[in-house]
Design a protein around this ligand. Structure first.
Ligand SMILES: Cc1cc2nc3c(=O)[nH]c(=O)nc-3n(C[C@H](O)[C@H](O)[C@H](O)COP(=O)(O)OP(=O)(O)OC[C@H]3O[C@@H](n4cnc5c(N)ncnc54)[C@H](O)[C@@H]3O)c2cc1C
Length: 382
């Protein structure tokens, strides 16, 4: 029986300002009537094909930001660690915990879902991995919106066949998957990344095209968390097919300006922070000073026994338990959404979908503009 469609003033997936682009609505639609399209604000949102829609209302009923998520998160343990093998660690975003968890699941005949760049580096997409070697494709942080493809449907098939699934994603991805599944599965483990926010896929694509134009060559590798042996800092690194290389600290790069200041509107008021996390464990960067490692370190906030069991099972990983009270203020993204700043408002106003550098320059105050120019001159003559 058809449900009556929602009244004009009701919150729906088409007028929901908190939409995270999780694609639960698109995945659940029995008519295949929902597609993700880039909106005027340069971020992707669901659009319903009214010809195909049968007005069943399922998309609105399951949307994890229309339904208030239940406050369910407890921390039963906090750990930090890193791959003992430095070669594995250096190619990871932090200490390589996501990869270590993935290896463990594949060793026990499970499958891992995570996010990879597309072959041309212009997109990020959720993919399924069954082979340990293929986990390399997931390594590193992709700082922009990702396509879910048919992953939610494929996760469900695996779960119903009894296969163990590890889903690694942002907090909103995990909430989307759980909303789509609508029931708990013992063989599903969800690991979320502590998240500052994402910039737009459109901006990312424009940046790749801008760099390819500037260097007159296609991109071979793109890394926003390049860990340098020389000074142990993390940088943006673009390697081109002709061997040319571009390296810059993220906060000095054009790309970094967009990642830090031009984020999806829902990220400025994230629904899935603090107690509203839906995953079994949350992982991110560890900033604990007490023990140092060459390259990055991972932190894990474990929320339940399933997460604890997985965390304790990882191989080749140096791990130590931390005192929750000593770490809780270290990583602001755990509890706090991004603040709306003057520069973020101006970037939203000035970005026209084409001119990245001009947008950043125009959005800065006089001091910022001078610094921006001097920095560009510095890197030009360096
Ligand atoms: C947009 C974004 C913002 C972040 N903000 C913070 C922050 O503020 N504070 C903090 O402590 N950590 C943050 N992180 C997490 C951090 O950058 C690392 O990704 C995390 O610590 C995992 O590192 P690792 O070495 O264990 O992962 P690796 O072993 O390198 O594996 C990377 C894992 O991340 C997943 N992944 C990468 N990009 C995405 C994406 N766009 N969406 C979903 N999954 C993805 C991959 O599937 C893979 O499983 C952020 C990550 C992202 C993608």
């Amino acid at each position: 029986m058809k449900k009556v469609s929602k009244m004009n003033n009701e919150l729906t997936i088409e007028n929901n300002q908190k939409c995270t682009g999780c694609e639960a609505c698109k995945s659940v639609c029995p008519m295949g009537a929902i597609d993700m399209k880039i909106s005027d604000n340069h971020f992707s949102y669901p659009v319903i094909d009214k010809e195909k829609c049968n007005e069943c209302g399922l998309c609105n009923d399951i949307c994890p930001t229309i339904l208030k998520p239940k406050s369910s998160t407890h921390n039963i343990g906090v750990y930090e660690g890193y791959f003992a093998d430095a070669n594995k660690r250096v190619t990871s975003a932090s200490g390589g915990l996501a990869t270590a968890l993935g290896e463990k699941i594949i060793d026990s005949n499970g499958v891992v879902f995570g996010v990879s760049y597309s072959d041309d580096f212009k997109k990020a997409e959720h993919i399924e991995i069954k082979d340990k070697k293929e986990l390399e494709r997931l390594k590193g942080s992709k700082y922009f919106e990702s396509d879910k493809n048919n992953c939610f449907q494929n996760v469900k098939k695996h779960l119903n066949n009894g296969t163990t699934v590890l889903y690694i994603g942002l907090p909103c991805d995990i909430a989307g998957l759980k909303a789509y599944l609508r029931k708990e599965y013992d063989n599903l483990c969800c690991c979320e990344l502590i998240c500052h926010g994402v910039t737009s896929q459109d901006v990312h694509k424009k940046y790749i095209e801008y760099m390819e134009g500037k260097f007159n060559e296609k991109v071979l590798l793109f890394n926003t968390r390049y860990q340098r042996i020389e000074d142990d800092s993390q940088s943006l690194r673009v390697l081109f097919k002709n061997g040319k290389e571009f390296k810059r600290p993220m906060h000095h790069s054009l790309y970094g300006e967009f990642f830090y200041h031009f984020d999806r509107p829902s990220c400025y008021n994230c629904t899935f922070k603090g107690d509203y996390r839906q995953a079994d464990l949350s992982i991110g960067d560890s900033w604990c000073e007490e023990e140092n490692s060459l390259y990055g370190k991972s932190i894990a906030y474990v929320h339940n026994l399933k997460g604890e069991k997985l965390m304790q099972s990882v191989d080749g990983f140096k791990i130590r338990e931390l005192n929750f009270s000593t770490v809780k203020n270290d990583n602001p993204s755990i509890n706090n959404s991004l603040p709306i700043t003057k520069i973020s408002l101006k970037m939203k106003k000035y970005y026209d979908g084409k001119h990245l550098k001009w947008t950043v320059f125009r959005s800065k105050n006089l001091t910022g503009k001078i610094k921006f120019c001097l920095r560009n001159i510095f890197y030009l003559i360096k």
